[in-house]
Design a protein around this ligand. Structure first.
Ligand SMILES: [Zn+2]
Ligand SMILES: [Zn+2]
Length: 154
């Protein structure tokens, strides 16, 4: 029995994501399921290279991970987040609440901000006649731990 299987085996979010794949006429393959599990398990934005490390054992090469994530993004299973260095991370968003992130530019730690400050703005755009309105907003800063480290070395 592998250790990573039992955690998300009965997770309703996995079933929900598989239903979305099915609805979008994507086949449910072993690599896709492995990637979904890795995403759910990680709980937060993750780099494609890091997903690849988690699913390598499932005969899943890097190109496959890229293709799957691109498909997941299109269907709305994952959301892309941008880091200040220009890299993209992907977060599993099925069954989760809309939220934003605060990212430490020093140690790359990511925390959730559960309040959305721009929901009103989004309604404004909607009122202009736009449909399928969405937004991206990330906050960047230096976390408390990293600030303390620095204050010790003036
Ligand atoms: Zn930090
Ligand atoms: Zn928002």
């Amino acid at each position: 029995m592998s250790t990573d299987d039992h955690i998300t085996e009965n997770d309703p979010r996995l079933d929900q994501a598989l239903a979305m794949l099915h609805q979008a006429r994507h086949r449910v393959t072993q690599p896709r399921v492995a990637i979904l599990k890795a995403l759910i398990e990680h709980e937060g934005p993750i780099k494609i290279e890091d997903i690849h490390q988690k699913v390598e054992a499932h005969n899943c090469d890097l190109a496959t991970v890229y293709r799957c994530i691109a498909a997941f993004e299109k269907i709305g299973i994952v959301r892309r987040c941008f880091f200040p260095d220009g890299s993209s991370l992907f977060e599993f968003v099925v069954g989760g609440e809309h939220h934003h992130h605060i990212i430490c530019t020093s140690c790359q730690k990511v925390e959730n901000l559960d309040v959305c400050v721009v929901a009103g703005l989004e309604r404004l755009v909607h009122d202009r006649g736009y449909s399928n309105v969405s937004h991206m907003l990330e906050f960047f800063g230096t976390c408390e731990d990293c600030s303390e480290d620095r204050s010790g070395n003036p």
